[in-house]
Design a protein around this ligand. Structure first.
Ligand code: SF4
Length: 304
């Protein structure tokens, strides 16, 4: 494939395929506990994007066992490696005393090769950076930052709750400590044009972040976006429009940037729109087929 897929990257770097185990570290987030707000980001589900993780009442060891059992049947025989992915809410939002034992429990598992931590750039103070640096000496640590957009108007509308400069500063501090960063961007945010989305992706491409997750905007039940969607004030991208945007976005990125995600996982029980995104396998196959077709027709899809 013409872009740098996560599966190719991990195979080259770790010599095997790695599977993600979604975990819930029992955190909350400043957008929900009253620090920045109480209603969360406009698109965020009640579990802070952690619908695929086991219940937080379970300890991390038990969550790892449960998450492995869920996917083990689908895995090929042989050596297995995992990415322990602290996905739900803001996983660096807490004290070192609270967080360190959870992260250490995850990396003590011999099958866990990478610790991946989803968080916000405004929740990585100095002592947490030091913790991440220490953990990174034991096993690779990836920090996933939810940026979504560079545009202040959209950031205010989605109630992101921090300025772009905070993201820039977090990237610089993580890079100083050799911690790999993955930036999350949402494509299809209300009232953003294709050029707006491209500007965000181009910006991310220049920050030195090593990976990017490109996610389709999902309208989930129970979010404020649902109300707007039902009122007819916002719409969703069609699959062909999404593929077109995706292609130009990837073409703007450095060729060595790892593409961690091409669409996103909306919990099917909560997903209201777009309906075409329900079958993730089908969507990914359609995207890949379309990219291959365009590659054949146009030669390289990269801009020279
Ligand atoms: S998307 Fe992240 S920052 Fe926003 S409300 Fe959900 S957990 Fe909090």
């Amino acid at each position: 494939m013409w872009y740098y897929k996560l599966s190719d990257y991990v195979k080259q770097k770790y010599g095997m395929k790695l599977y993600k185990l979604a975990l819930d570290g029992g955190r909350t987030c400043p957008n929900r506990d009253g620090t920045c707000g109480e209603r969360g980001c406009i698109f965020c589900s009640g579990r802070g994007s952690g619908e695929f993780a086991p219940k937080p009442e379970l300890g991390i060891r038990e969550q790892l066992i449960e998450a492995k059992q869920l996917i083990k049947k689908k895995l090929p025989k042989g050596e297995t490696g995992y990415i322990a992915y602290f996905q739900a809410f803001t996983n660096t939002y807490g004290s070192v005393e609270e967080l360190e034992p959870k992260f250490r429990t995850a990396i003590e598992d011999p099958e866990v090769r990478v610790l991946s931590i989803a968080t916000r750039p405004d929740c990585i103070p100095e002592d947490i950076l030091e913790l991440l640096e220490r953990l990174n000496q034991i096993k690779p640590v990836w920090v996933e930052l939810g940026l979504q957009t560079i545009h202040p108007k959209t950031a205010a509308y989605i109630r992101r709750g921090y300025e772009l400069s905070v993201y820039d500063s977090a990237i610089a501090k993580l890079k100083e400590r050799n911690i790999e960063v993955i930036t999350h961007v949402i494509l299809g945010l209300p009232r953003e044009t294709k050029e707006d989305m491209l500007e965000t992706v181009r910006y991310v491409g220049h920050t030195g972040t090593q990976g990017i997750k490109l996610q389709l905007l999902h309208i989930l039940r129970g979010t404020d976006l649902e109300t707007e969607y039902r009122q007819g004030t916002i719409t969703c991208l069609s699959l062909p429009a999404y593929i077109d945007i995706l292609e130009v976005c990837i073409r703007c990125l450095p060729r060595n940037m790892v593409i961690h995600r091409l669409t996103g996982d909306g919990d099917k029980r909560l997903l209201l729109a777009p309906a075409w995104s329900k079958d993730k396998r089908l969507v990914l196959n359609t995207i890949e087929r379309e990219f291959k077709k365009r590659e054949v027709e146009q030669g390289s899809l990269w801009l020279e």
